[in-house]
Structure formats: C-alpha cells, structure tokens
Design a protein around this ligand. Structure first.
Ligand SMILES: Nc1ncnc2c1ncn2[C@@H]1O[C@H](COP(=O)(O)OP(=O)(O)OP(=O)(O)O)[C@@H](O)[C@H]1O
Ligand SMILES: [Mg+2]
Length: 441
C-alpha cells in the first residue's frame, strides 16, 4: 500500500473534520477535500466539533475562528487541554488580513492556517502536507513498536543462546575432564582387579608351604623359632585372606564408579542413541554418593528406587544425565535446607527421602518422577524456577541455571515435558516425560 495519496485510504476510517458556521464554506471545503480523496466530516460550531471528536478522532481539523456558541480559539484550547485530543493537528481558517488572529491561533498550538476567501489549491496543498506528516508519524510509531518487539525477541533468543553455551561448555569441560579421569583410572584399576585373585592364590600357596615346612622341620633353629613367633603366623594366616577379600571388594567398587563416570560423561551430541535411563539414574546417583551421606545435623538421605520396566529411550545420554544431576542436586539442597530449620531429634523423625519412580506412560512415552521430602516451594517461586538465572540460593551456591538448562534439554532437545508439583514445607516432585523414539532435535 502506498501512503502517498489519501485516495488509497478511502476504505479506512481516517477523516478530516471541517468546523465552520458558514454552510457555503462547509460545502465548498467538503467538495475540494472529497475530490482529493479524503473522507470528510462537518461541524457547524465548536461545541458539536468537540462532541464529534470525542466519538472518533480525526487525523486533521480545519477550524474557523469566528463561530457562535464556542469560537475557534476556545475550541482549540479545549482540544489541546485534553490528552486524548491534544495531538490532532489543527489548521485555523482566518481572513487574509487578520495577522493577530493568525498569531494567536499558532500560539494556541495550531500547526498552520488557511486564509479566506479560500484558494482551492492552497487549501489542498496545506492539507496534503499535514496528511503526509500524519502518515509519517504513524509509520514512526509503528517502527518504534516493531523495534521494541524485535529487541525483546532478540534479548530472549540471546538468553537462550547463552544457556546453550553455558550448558555446552559445562558439558564438554566437565564431560571431557571426567571421561579423561575415568579413562586414566582404568589401567591401574584393571591391574588391581586382575592381580588380586592371583596374589590371593600365591599367598595361600605360601601359607600352605609354610605350614608344611613347620610340620616337617621338628627342630627349627633358635633364630627361625624367634622369627616365626614375631610373625604371629596364626594371626597372619587368618587375617591376610580377609584383607585381600576386602581389597578385592574395594577394587570392584572403584571399577563400578569408573564405569559410572564414563556412562555419565558421554558427550555424544551428534545423534540420539538408545539408552537405558535406569543406568543413567544409577550412575548419576553413584557420582553424588558423597552428598547423600549424613552430614552435621542432617541424617543420611535415603534413595528409594521404584523402577518400572522401561524400553531403551533414544536420547543424548550425556545431556539426560545432566538433567538427572541437576534435579538430584536440587533435591539434596532442598533436603539440606529443610534439615537446617529443624533440630537433630526432629530430623531423625523425618527421614530424608528421594524417591525415583519410572514407568511406561504409553507406547510412545516414559515418565520419571523424582520426589524429595525437602523444603518445597511457594507458588510464587514455583512459577519462576525455569527462568534463566532465577535462584533462591546464596551467592556462590546457586547460579540459577540448573533448571533452565534441564528445561532446554528436555523440551527443546528431546521434545519432552518437565512438570513440577510442590508444597511449601512438604516436598517437591519433578516429572519428566520423554518420547521413546527420538526425533531430530
Ligand atoms: N527440589 C526442589 N525443592 C525446592 N526448591 C527447588 C527445588 N528445585 C529447584 N528449586 C528452586 O528453584 C530454584 C532454581 O533452581 P535451579 O536449579 O535452576 O538453580 P539453583 O539450584 O538455584 O542454581 P544452580 O542449579 O545453577 O546451581 C532454586 O534456587 C530453588 O529455589
Ligand atoms: Mg540447581
């Protein structure tokens, strides 16, 4: 649409209001303006002009000075006093010679004047100038609004990008570090795991040989006798296999942790792969083990697993583990905070629980509930937890990114949902819903 000519605007509700007590003037101006394509409304005095303006705003007012009931000056003053009508441009119509009227009109806020008797070309030229000004103002207003919208949109998308960056950086540095450590631990652990059974065997052979030696050599020398007494052979023979047994168990445990670290830190961002979510939950819990133990006033945190039968879920395992990590870390924080508000006895009576329930929702979706019996949250907090940088934790403790990242991973990357139910003082439940078959994301 071009804005160069009012004709093109015939359909719109834009109109020029002409105010004059002289019917001849009115009909003349009406005709000139209509021919130029403007819609025109008429008023015969200031009072009815103001009434009309209150019903619908004209884009321009042509206002006669001398009129009965309310003259042009008073009409103009009233229009300028009203914030709703203040910005409508007013052009006075005054006699050619009347300099003082022209000046007074302009001082009251008129944008221009037209001299009587009317010169058709002049009237049109002046009206066109102001019509164009009006169009320009409209355009500017529109541009300002669009610009504001664009700035808001851009800010939001920058924030999203920032979350993504932080997430990727966290993931890759942490992931690489952990994967590297897990990898380096692998060789020494294998060495222990493989050699301990052999050491056990050697020792038992040695002990047997020693026993045989003892039974056959009836008269050992004094030196040998002394050495066997110092050794306390009976005790060593009993204790050594136990020692080796517990070392064996410990190495198994280290192996388990190293495996969990490697599962947890999978940095596979290129394509989704079938993943056992229970394995993800378990490896994340294993990494957080140290935070589940009793600490100060806080008794140990009990983890209750109610795992259903789940198919493998196509996802980015490293990212899903990161979601679990954020949810567990928040649950532990919430339990810690609840414990801080109670005495040791009260804490003993209220066990700290994190309950994990998994189930198949339907043929397409799985559901994971992570519930804690921690501090809970108010409705006001609950409505903001997914906001970028929203945290209720102290400086240096929380960045407020954990859930924003979790939301992005679940919703954007995996087309899932993340819901939260919470009661202040009672606890919180997060519900993750993930599609079994991943789409591109
Ligand atoms: N399980 C929960 N119980 C109670 N409040 C919670 C729970 N999980 C999250 N919140 C609230 O939501 C806020 C935002 O959580 P989010 O994980 O995004 O950030 P954070 O834990 O404060 O910091 P970060 O995770 O970056 O270290 C928390 O500060 C807390 O107030
Ligand atoms: Mg957090």
């Amino acid at each position: 649409m071009t804005t160069d000519h009012p004709m093109t605007n015939n359909q719109s509700r834009e109109f020029v209001l002409v105010v004059d007590d002289n019917p001849t003037n009115l009909s003349l101006l009406r005709q000139v303006l209509k021919e130029a394509g403007f819609q025109v409304r008429l008023a015969e005095d200031g009072k009815s002009a103001i009434e009309q303006v209150e019903r619908a705003l004209p884009i321009l007012i042509l206002l006669d000075v001398q009129m009965p009931v309310m003259d042009g000056f008073e009409t103009c003053t009233r229009l300028k006093d009203n914030p709703k009508t203040r910005d409508i441009p007013v052009i006075f119509m005054t006699a050619l010679s009347d300099i003082s009227n022209k000046l007074k009109g302009l001082s009251l806020g008129a944008v221009d004047y037209i001299t009587k008797p009317f010169e058709q070309q002049e009237v049109l030229a002046r009206v066109m100038v102001h019509w164009r000004m009006h169009k320009l103002t409209q355009k500017l207003q529109h541009l300002t609004e669009t610009l504001e919208e664009q700035v808001a949109e851009r800010t939001a998308s920058l924030q999203q990008a920032q979350i993504r960056l932080v997430q990727q950086e966290k993931l890759s540095t942490l992931g690489e570090l952990v994967a590297g450590v897990a990898h380096e631990m692998n060789n020494p652990i294998s060495c222990l795991v493989n050699n301990i059974p052999e050491a056990k065997e050697h020792i038992s052979t040695l002990l047997q040989a020693l026993a045989l030696y003892q039974s056959e050599v009836k008269q050992p020398s004094a030196l040998l006798q002394q050495s066997l007494e110092d050794l306390d052979l009976e005790f060593v023979a009993e204790d050594l296999p136990n020692l080796l047994g517990s070392m064996h168990l410990s190495t198994d445990r280290i192996k388990e942790i190293s495996l969990a670290l490697r599962t947890f830190s999978r940095i596979d961002n290129t394509s989704k792969i079938p993943f056992d979510l229970h394995q993800g939950l378990d490896s994340t819990l294993l990494i957080l083990q140290h935070r589940l133990k009793a600490l100060g006033k806080r008794p140990a945190i009990q983890v209750i697993k109610q795992y259903g039968v789940l198919p493998l879920v196509e996802c980015y395992p490293g990212q899903i583990n990161q979601v679990f990590m954020n949810l567990f870390a928040n649950a532990i924080d919430a339990l810690e905070e609840a414990n801080q508000q109670l005495g040791i006895e009260e804490n003993r009576e209220n066990p700290n629980c994190i309950t994990i329930t998994t189930s198949l929702k339907d043929q397409q979706m799985v559901e994971i509930h992570i519930a804690d019996s921690g501090i809970g949250m108010s409705e006001d907090i609950r409505s903001r937890i997914f906001d970028h940088s929203f945290t209720t934790k102290g400086i240096g403790k929380g960045t407020g990114l954990g859930l924003a990242i979790a939301h992005q991973i679940v919703v954007e990357k995996h087309q899932g949902h993340i819901d939260v139910y919470s009661q202040l003082g009672r606890g919180t439940t997060f519900v993750l819903t993930l599609p079994i078959h991943g789409q591109f994301g």
